[in-house]
Ligand binder design. Sequence first.
Ligand code: PEP
Ligand code: MN
Length: 337
Amino acid sequence: MVIVMSPKATQSDIDKVVERVKKNGLKVHLSTGEECTIVGVIGDKKKIASLEMNMMEGVEKTLRVTEKYKLVSRNFQAEDTVVDVGGEKIGGKHFAVMAGPCAVENIEQLREAAFAVKKAGARFLRGGAFKPRTSPYDFQGLAEEGLKLLRSVADEAGLKVVTEIVNHDDIDLIGKYADVFQVGARNMQNFELLKALGKADKPVMLKRGLSATISEWLNAAEYVMSGGNNNVILCERGIRTYETFTRNTLDLSAVAAVKELSHLPIVVDPSHGTGRWQMVRPMARASVAAGADGLIIEVHPHPEVALSDGDQSLTPKNFEILMAEVSEFAKFMGKEL
Ligand code: PEP
Ligand code: MN
């Protein structure tokens, strides 16, 4: 249930409402907006059903929330969430670009990629140190060695680090080096991992599962938020369809859907979303136009020799062109790069 307080409600009205909800053994999620305060009620369905709040002083109306996810819902918080990653913001008017190689391969490759993406205007360095590969014979990542390289190169270039976590036992290890935990498509419903990240003190970027509905994806985000971690960024990275020309089908309608259903920021990954470097620029432009809060793009100094995802990686030169286009589109959408 959501209790919408009247714009005229006093602090004491709000306190009394909160107190009554808590007395009934239910939890409260308070969202204080510019217009009004929203009191989200979480807990046992039967208890919520018997809660009578409409007559209380300062209450404008109550709404039943039918979706299973609550904390991620726009009904619970009208304002956009802005995730602050050590001073770099994503959400609201803050547009963020994350870029770098699919996998960390060696220091030369990473440095070249990092300095190029920084120069072009990216604020985050991406790169996998633990790679969930389709084949066990493919390059699996440099593990801790890769994390160390990411941290030192990102610090040198002045970037934040986004990197994938595949195992909940690695939270402390990855948290030592990364600024944002990336949950990959294959782990979107790894609930033990999501629960563990709910207790982490760093933001989580949750990629949409290969065949996940928007509702399943938002419920996965609810796992993280219900653990106490409110800093969740969603990432649309394409879904599995019957089409084979592209690696995945980038579902940009999910951006508009998420904007309607949730207050969480959403970034788009046109690299995995298409699997073809030629399509990354047009889809990046379309993502901004659809209302995305950011982009995550694979950039490799030499895509032809990349150990993973070379076909979808941009050269530094093409990334620079993309950034020039994206910054114009972002401006048009009222966002700052
Ligand atoms: C990646 O970002 O390199 C990656 C493996 O992405 P996804 O989980 O979307 O496939
Ligand atoms: Mn990749």
